[in-house]
Each structure stands twice: as C-alpha cells, then as structure tokens.
Design a protein around this ligand. Structure first.
Ligand SMILES: Nc1nc2c(c(=O)[nH]1)N[C@H]1C(S)=C(S)[C@@H](COP(=O)(O)OP(=O)(O)OC[C@H]3O[C@@H](n4cnc5c(N)ncnc54)[C@H](O)[C@@H]3O)O[C@H]1N2
Ligand code: MOO
Length: 442
C-alpha cells in the first residue's frame, strides 16, 4: 500500500492533536497491580487502600531527654524557687516500663513529688503527664547529679502534656492512611515502613521497547562512514521513558526493510508499548507505516502537530506501537504529547498533564500549515510577569534547541502567526524548572 494517494495527506483532513491523544489514550489502562518490595515502589501508584493496623507512635513517649513528672508538681517553679523532686528511677528507650534506681518489688509509678529520668522515645511512665528537659533543671550545671543525689530541681513551670508524644497522634490504628491511586514518595514509604509493610500492591513500571530505524542510522560508538548518523533517538527516548517512570528496553536499529523491522520486533514480545523512530514519512524507504499496515493494525497516521506530523499509531499483535518521526526534535515532541501520557496511564497515574502556565511571547512566531506548533522556548519572569522567548533555531533536526529551551510554547493550529506580546500556553515537563522560575525574580 502506497501512501501518496492517502487522503489524510493534507492538513485539513489530518487528525487533530486532541483527537489523536484521545484515541491513543483510550488504548491504555493501568497495568495489573503486583505486590512489590517497599523500596521498589518509590514513585509508583498504590493499588490498595492502606488501613493502619497499628498506631503511630504505638505508645505515648517522651519527645525530649529529661524527667518525666506530674506537671502540677512544678506549679510556680522558677530559677530562684525551683521545684524539688525525688528521682526514683529511669526510663531508657526500648524498654516497656521504667526501672527503679534501687531494688523495689512494687511496680514503679510516679506519685506527687517524684520524677523519673527519661530519654527521648522512651515509654512515658505511669503517673507522669509531662516531661521537663534537662536544660530546665539543675542537671544543666552538674550533669547526671540526680542519680547520685536522688533529687532534681526544676526551674520552670511545666504544662500538662509538654514534651509528650501521644500514642496515635500521627496515625490512629484503624484509620485509612492512603487511598488507592496515591503516588508513593519517600515519606509515604516511611509511613508504610512504620506500619510494618515491607511489600505493597502497586501498578508496576511499564516496559517500553525502543526501536530505531533507518539504513543511515548506526550505533553511537561506531566510526561514521559517509552518509551515516549516530542513533541519538534511542538514547533520548530511553531517557524520557525512564524519567516518565517506565523501563526502557533498546532493541537495536532496523534497516529500511520490512523483514528487518519484523526481526527486531521479535525482541519486543514482553513490552507494554513499542516506540519506533524514523520511517513514517513519505520517503521511498519509510517502512514502519507499511509494516503496521501489512503485519499489524493501523490506527492513525499523520497528526496536525509541528514538529511530529508523520507519527503513526497502531498495534503489532496486541502490543501498541507509537511510531515517532525520525527527526530528533519531532520524536521528542511526539513522545511528550502521546507516549508520556500513555506511560503515565499504564503506571496508574490520574494526572497525565505537564505543568501549564500562560506567558507572553517576546518574539513573533509563524505558524503556517494549520498545525499545533510546539515551539522550543525559554520561560522567564520579569517584574512578576511570565515571558517566553523562542530559541533561535526551530528546525526539527536541531536537538540542541531542546537543551537551550526549558519549555514548549504552544501556538494553536488556528493561528497563522503569534505576534509579540500575545499570550500563549507554555508546557513545562520538568517541575524543578517551574520551581526555579517561580522562586527567582529575574
Ligand atoms: N515529502 C515529504 N517529506 C517529509 C515529510 C513530508 O510530509 N513529506 N515530513 C517531514 C517531517 S515533518 C519529518 S519529521 C520527517 C520524518 O520522517 P521519518 O519519520 O520517516 O524519519 P526518517 O526519514 O527516517 O528520518 C528523518 C531524519 O531523522 C534522522 N534520524 C532518523 N532516525 C534517527 C535516529 N535514531 N537518531 C538520530 N537521527 C535519526 C534521519 O537521519 C533523518 O535526517 O520527514 C520529513 N520528510
Ligand atoms: O515532524 Mo517534522 O519534524 O514536523 O518537521
């Protein structure tokens, strides 16, 4: 099948970015959840509710090193008139109950006029309702005197509950800690650890196969012969997959022959999505779309997007294939618009969108051809306002434009040009860039 007669060859009949996105995303659902070791779950999406089996903290304990006391015993205490308490024992962390300094058969309990030396994290002894820090006693002058003297002088009035951490004040046993859909960050893993979870049910990371195509494309560490270029696309795509939360698997470079594409695709049998680059345009040797037509299922070819127009979408066996254009910038832009949200959906993420802000153009941008134009640009703030400056070279082979820019400025398909000062939507794919722009006034 040759595509030169395909009616979708004109921009009018080409699919819009929004429709292509919708149709592609409809083919993706969160991967079947898998029980996963806690540390491997960082960044993944929880697939079960977490109900606390225990309280955190599990017992009422001291927040400071000092003395467990009855707050009422310190009423009116000040440096000149300290409250004098008898120290009857100690409560180190890690023991279920305090112990007497001298051998006593009866259980240790604080009554009026008594104190117990206590360490941070130790169980609050029975009878105590507050902790006074060493710094607020005469112990700060002569360390650890109470053990020998059996007496401590408290120089300050302490309120009930001071320096006490109550059982369940962070999380109460029986409460819902996390709902399914929660994205697990370091602190989420910490709470799960405190609750005794060493495995959790999460949506696994999708495996994304990456195939480069083109007779001219060679591995990056080969010497270049005339007419050849190195395979930079697979590296960029693998890094993008990794950054999005997927597991990239490079399956090599296929020559512009259908059999060679088929041969390489054998290595993609365990993939949740196949990304190819190159071979989707009008050229005599552009084999990917013919391959999808002949040996797979063909859903979409050509989208009103700039750069990235010749991209295609289909299936090989039951595995979705996103065929990205060969031009390096077109491959990245098409990845960000179509592959990124698909991978996020496989991960079970609900929010598939990048950070979007509105900013004014500092330079005009042309947009002939009625495609949605993703302009590589620099977002910056001047006198509290957001401005966006297109980088000088916008060619879809100029990979460095993505290094010099920090965002994509979106020129709508209906605009034939965007004048200076016009307000456009800007997409940010790196939250740290957004943070830097909003933190620094330039
Ligand atoms: N007659 C037409 N020609 C082209 C059209 C068109 O509509 N009509 N579209 C142009 C656009 S837009 C793009 S984008 C490219 C995309 O073409 P392909 O996806 O078929 O890609 P190739 O032709 O294989 O390669 C394009 C370009 O990219 C380089 N390339 C390819 N693979 C890699 C790689 N792995 N790493 C680095 N660079 C790669 C390749 O050498 C070419 O220079 O088609 C236009 N043509
Ligand atoms: O996709 Mo092409 O790169 O639009 O120029």
């Amino acid at each position: 099948m040759h595509f030169s007669h395909d009616p979708s060859g004109t921009t009018q009949t080409m699919m819009s970015v929004d429709e292509a996105r919708e149709r592609i995303l409809a083919c993706f659902a969160p991967l079947t959840p898998r029980r996963t070791p806690l540390l491997d779950a960082l960044g993944l999406v929880l697939a079960e509710p977490i109900i606390a089996r225990e309280s955190i903290p599990p017992f009422t304990n001291s927040a400071m090193d000092g003395y467990a006391v009855r707050a009422s015993d310190t009423r009116g205490a000040c440096p000149d008139r300290p409250a004098e308490l008898r120290v009857i024992g100690e409560a180190p962390a890690g023991t279920p109950s305090p112990r007497w300094f001298i051998d006593e058969a009866i259980p240790l309990r604080i009554e009026s006029g008594m104190a117990i030396r206590i360490m941070t994290g130790a169980v609050l002894p029975p009878g105590a309702d507050a902790v006074v820090r060493f710094e607020d006693t005469d112990e700060s002058d002569t360390p650890s005197t109470s053990r020998s003297r059996g007496v401590v002088r408290v120089r300050r009035e302490i309120t009930t509950g001071e320096n006490v951490r109550h059982a369940g004040e962070d999380i109460l046993a029986g409460s819902i800690v996390f709902e399914p859909g929660t994205v697990l960050g370091p602190a989420h893993l910490g709470l799960l650890a405190s609750l005794g979870y060493s495995w959790v049910l999460v949506h696994p990371r999708p495996r994304i196969a990456i195939l480069a195509t083109g007779d001219e494309v060679v591995p990056i560490d080969w010497p270049l012969e005339p007419g050849q270029i190195r395979n930079s696309n697979s590296t960029v795509l693998a890094a993008l997959v990794h950054q999005t939360g997927g597991i990239p698997k490079l399956v090599g470079i296929a020559a512009d022959r259908e059999e060679d594409v088929a041969r390489h695709l054998q290595y993609t049998h365990d993939a949740d999505l196949i990304l190819t680059s190159g071979g989707v345009s009008q050229g005599d040797y552009d084999r990917i779309k013919e391959f999808l037509r002949a040996r797979g299922r063909f859903e979409i070819w050509q989208v009103r997007i700039k750069p990235g127009k010749p991209m295609a979408f289909g299936f090989v066996a039951d595995t979705p294939v996103l065929a990205l254009p060969g031009n390096p910038v077109a491959a990245v832009v098409a990845f960000l618009q179509f592959a990124r949200p698909a991978i996020l959906r496989l991960l079970g993420r609900a929010d598939l969108e990048p950070i979007r802000v509105r900013a004014r153009l500092t330079k005009p941008v042309e947009n002939r051809g009625r495609r949605r134009h993703f302009v590589r640009a620099l977002l910056h703030r001047r006198s509290g306002e957001l401005w966006v400056t297109p980088v000088p070279q916008q060619g879809s082979g100029i990979l460095s434009s993505l290094v010099h820019g920090n965002c994509l400025a979106v020129i709508p398909e209906e605009w034939s040009e965007a004048p200076v000062g016009s307000e456009v939507t800007v997409e940010l794919y790196d939250p740290s860039i957004a943070a830097a722009i909003f933190a620094a006034e330039s």
